[in-house]
Design a protein around this ligand. Structure first.
Ligand SMILES: Nc1ncnc2c1ncn2[C@@H]1O[C@H](COP(=O)(O)OP(=O)(O)OP(=O)(O)O)[C@@H](O)[C@H]1O
Ligand SMILES: [Mg+2]
Length: 387
């Protein structure tokens, strides 16, 4: 095991310590040690001294760089079959997770394990929390043929999943099968069924037999005795669903269909994780500003979950990433919030509206963005109560 090596980053008047995975270690290291390392352009390595006491030792910055996880050549990864190999593959798989995807190690390993074991996987969670991103990352991590279907966008499930009947003078009526028919006949394919929860109920019906481990076939026609196509050996389905969230267009998925999947619930990021992600994505944007974005998002999420909450939805990670992209492009926090956040909140009810609440929350961070005290959580929380 490599020792932890951190790099110090200055944001505002703080010196924060991050390891190469973006984990924060600031509170483990004294301010003066962090400051000294920063000023001398050195990294800090966590070491253990006599009696198990840990201390942080200045090391050249190159140590920080070399301690980062090497990029893995995905094309060279094969899905193993022998049990020991399977175990190693699963428990070693966290390094296959792209750094830009924030997902806990256990969840990621569970995802990989389910795919390796040929389970049907359903990724659930609210809008914009990384379901599609995680599903795509999984597919990229496995060296297997992959196919993508966005079921939320299809109006005609029959033609997407089965195919179309055509007619021309020479051949009369003929059937052209869909890409999906080809996909399920491809051994070891990983088939992504994105936005399954938004799919037309016809799509769910068609998929019932396909996903059932006892059946695994697709019927090309409703008629009894119609031709069927079997799902090939080793095919894995990975679906995504917005379950239990605000979207009315999300149809409630059938229990029988849900039962055909193992569920991997995507966690919504907390403020620290979100800040880490934003800093990783936008290293050139002021850290305090990104911290404000992460805190605003986080506060909206807790507020929307509380019983007496003034708003019905929290800001998604997708939105906070978009907002930070605007900051990177030179928009102020105020401007970026105006175009990305406010339109998501209704202004019905004037001063008591959700939009008023959100605006007041954002303004807390806009007014004096330079002050450290700004990020005093108690102050914000108590303000919310009174808002
Ligand atoms: N856990 C996360 N780690 C990294 N980035 C994330 C994460 N969650 C969301 N994002 C950011 O938000 C964007 C949207 O994520 P994604 O499309 O995966 O969401 P989703 O859960 O599939 O949303 P929807 O329910 O609307 O389909 C991503 O492109 C990424 O920039
Ligand atoms: Mg999605």
């Amino acid at each position: 095991m490599n020792n932890i090596v951190v790099k110090i980053e200055k944001s505002g008047n703080r010196f924060n310590a991050f390891d190469s995975d973006g984990n924060k270690h600031t509170s483990d290291i004294s301010t003066s040690t962090r400051k000294k390392a920063y000023l001398s352009g050195m990294a800090l390595e966590k070491r253990e001294g006599k009696g198990g006491r840990t201390y942080w030792w200045k090391v050249p910055m190159s140590e920080f760089e070399t301690s980062s996880i090497p990029e893995v050549d995905i094309t060279s990864i094969d899905v193993p079959t022998d049990h020991t190999e399977v175990l190693n593959f699963i428990h070693d798989s966290y390094k296959l997770k792209p750094k830009g995807l924030v997902m806990k190690e256990l969840k990621w390993k569970y995802l990989i394990r389910s795919a390796v074991r040929g389970k049907n996987i359903l990724m659930t969670g609210p809008a914009g929390c990384g379901k599609t991103m995680a599903a795509k990352s999984l597919v990229n991590s496995l060296d297997r043929p992959d196919f993508y279907f966005n079921l939320g966008a299809t109006q005609d499930p029959r033609s997407t999943l089965i195919g179309n009947t055509h007619f021309n003078k020479e051949e009369g009526t003929y059937f052209s099968e869909s890409l999906f028919v080809k996909a399920i006949q491809t051994p070891n394919a990983v088939i992504l069924l994105d936005e399954l929860s938004r799919a037309h109920p016809d799509a769910w019906n068609i998929l019932m037999t396909v996903l059932d481990s006892g059946q695994r076939y697709l019927r090309l026609d409703e008629a009894d005795g119609a031709e069927t196509v079997n799902v090939a050996e080793g095919v894995t389905f990975v679906a995504t669903a917005n379950i239990g969230n605000e979207y009315t267009s999300t149809r409630v998925m059938d229990k029988a269909l849900m039962d055909r999947f193992i569920i991997v619930e995507m966690d919504v990021l907390n403020d620290e994780e979100e800040h880490g992600l934003l800093q990783y994505m936008f290293p050139h944007v002021d850290g305090e500003l990104l911290k404000a974005v992460a805190e605003i998002s986080h506060l909206t999420r807790t507020e929307s979950k509380s019983d007496a909450g003034k708003i019905s939805n929290g800001i998604s990670t997708r939105t906070s990433v978009e907002l930070s992209g605007l900051l990177f492009d030179g928009f102020s926090l105020n401007e970026a919030a105006e175009v990305t956040i406010y339109p998501q909140y209704s202004d019905d009810g004037g001063v008591d509206s959700e939009r008023t609440f959100i605006k007041q929350l954002v303004q807390k961070y806009v007014s004096d963005g330079s002050s450290d005290d700004l990020f005093n959580e108690e102050e914000i929380e108590s303000n919310n109560v009174g808002a």
